[in-house]
Design a protein around this ligand. Structure first.
Ligand code: AMP
Length: 184
């Protein structure tokens, strides 16, 4: 469970960390790979969303997925790029977030993903949440938390943490002594 104050602070600024669809570079699933290569090279993002003609999210596309397609037995063969479409090489297995979303889910998934694509219940692409935007929010909270809330330590919890650390140190000390005795 995420702390209530963190949830509250994030929800005050929900609009701040979603980059809306109109500002997100994307390619269409039916674009050929030549075009997609140009877009990815120009926008300089590692990976971008793939949409269909109804603006529904279909996949993600990276430069690596395109270059891999160019690799033939005799080296690089760019002629394939004109013959192949984005939907043939895009990644379709990735976490997507359906609005309205829970902060806990976002934080959890962003550990392994640099960004998350957000869709509505019909699968229409709404935008992305990036690690960078979340880090900006964390920076804001780190500065603003004590302005909004009165924070005081929970002595019982701190004592528990200290006791646990002391127990771990004692155990490590005993193990070291035991191994030293065996070596002697
Ligand atoms: P950042 O946290 O800003 O470095 O972004 C992480 C990743 O999110 C980038 O590498 C891109 O894959 C994606 N991304 C961020 N902003 C955009 C954007 N405006 N359009 C498309 N993809 C983006």
């Amino acid at each position: 469970m995420i702390a209530k104050v963190v949830e509250e602070m994030f929800s005050q600024r929900k609009g701040n960390y979603l980059i809306p669809a109109e500002l997100v570079a994307n390619v269409s699933e039916t674009n050929n790979l030549n075009h997609a290569l140009l877009v990815l090279t120009k926008v300089k993002y590692a990976k971008i969303p793939v949409l269909d003609q109804d603006q529904k999210l279909k996949g993600l596309l990276s430069l690596a997925m395109i270059t891999e397609t160019m690799l033939g037995l005799n080296g690089i063969d760019p002629s394939r790029l004109n013959r192949m479409q984005v939907k043939e090489v895009m990644q379709t297995d990735f976490p997507r977030i359906t609005a309205p979303y829970e902060l806990e889910e976002i934080l959890h998934l962003l550990v392994d993903q640099p960004f998350l694509a957000v869709v509505d219940e019909q699968g229409v692409f709404l935008g992305i949440i990036t690690r960078r935007e979340i880090m900006k929010e964390v920076n804001y909270f780190a500065h603003d938390l004590e302005k909004q809330y009165l924070i005081k330590p929970n002595p019982g919890y701190l004592q528990e943490v200290n006791d646990r650390q002391a127990a771990v140190q004692l155990l490590a000390h005993k193990r070291r002594n035991h191994s030293a005795k065996i070596r002697r």
